[in-house]
Design a protein around this ligand. Structure first.
Ligand code: PAF
Length: 282
């Protein structure tokens, strides 16, 4: 497996390659990322992963400085997973001049859900992903469904800028107790780690209630948020949306997603579950 730290080295390694499958990451890789690499292998060749903690998508006071940087271990994992090339630039390589042009997702998307609590986050994501796409020029790019809103932003970016890239979504991998795998789980203390699985349980309870016929979506989301708060979480949001539009469900919605973001101590966890809504009986 090759490792390129510069755009020039990346370009040289990829010269003449047309079927690249790309997995963008911020490193500190876990089994969830490995599953994305395995998915990428089914869709193209060579498989390229990037490792870059993108300052543009972190707000003031967020965890940019403490985000774990584990390049050697990440490269070992990627090599074992069958990745062909790692692109691991430093900040000066990707942002040699101040990034004054940015990709601004529409306000309704950028300021919704996670965006309401992380101003500028999705503009930072869209901007770095467009740069990475331009550098890697993949045919296919793989993103995890755990960042459901991010996936939605990337699909809109590709569609609206006519990028010739197929976006493939990878399922969320979970710990045995249901906690979604995340690099940020490493921040959790022992009792927080045990409590962390509650987020998924509350979202699953919402799914169960909807599947049982409950249709007061706001009340279901509010009740999940209340349970989390009672257990000591600081809740950013719990929301039920149409999985195809990310808007509030309508009578025409047939796939829904329940999304949540909440804090345990200093750690912000996100999760979501998407599911089919049984057709209403005539
Ligand atoms: O999901 C991530 O790890 C990041 O947001 C991404 C897509 C690599 C952009 O920095």
């Amino acid at each position: 497996m090759q490792v390129a730290h510069t755009a020039a080295a990346l370009r040289a390694a990829l010269a003449g390659k047309t079927g690249t499958a790309f997995v963008p990451t911020m490193g500190n890789l876990h089994a969830g990322h490995v599953s994305l690499v395995e998915l990428a292998k089914q869709h193209g060749q060579p498989v390229v992963a990037s490792i870059f903690v993108n300052p543009l998508q972190f707000g003031a006071g967020e965890d940019f400085e403490r985000y774990p940087r584990t390049l050697d271990a990440d490269c070992d994992r990627l090599a074992a997973a069958g990745c062909d090339l790692v692109f691991a630039p430093d900040v000066a390589e990707l942002y040699p001049v101040a990034q004054t042009f940015t990709v601004q997702p529409p306000d309704a998307l950028a300021n919704d859900l996670c965006g309401a609590f992380r101003p500028g986050h999705f503009a930072g994501v869209a901007t770095v992903v467009l740069k990475l796409f331009n550098l890697v020029q993949p045919r296919v790019a793989v993103f995890g469904k755990k960042d459901f809103q991010q996936l939605f932003v990337i699909r809109a970016l590709v569609e609206q800028f006519n990028l010739p890239i197929e976006i493939v979504a990878g399922d969320t991998l979970r710990e045995p107790d249901g906690l979604a795998m995340s690099s940020r789980n490493a921040y959790l203390g022992t009792s927080e780690r045990i409590q962390g699985a509650q987020l998924q349980r509350e979202l699953a309870a919402v799914v169960t209630a909807v599947e049982a016929g409950e249709r007061d979506f706001d009340a279901l989301a509010a009740s999940a948020a209340r349970h989390l708060k009672m257990a000591g979480w600081r809740v950013d949001y719990v929301a039920l949306r149409d999985a195809a539009t990310l808007q509030a469900p309508t009578p025409a919605s047939n796939r829904l997603v329940v999304l949540g973001a909440a804090w345990l101590g200093n750690t912000r966890l996100i999760d979501n579950l998407d599911f089919s809504l049984p057709a209403a009986s005539p």
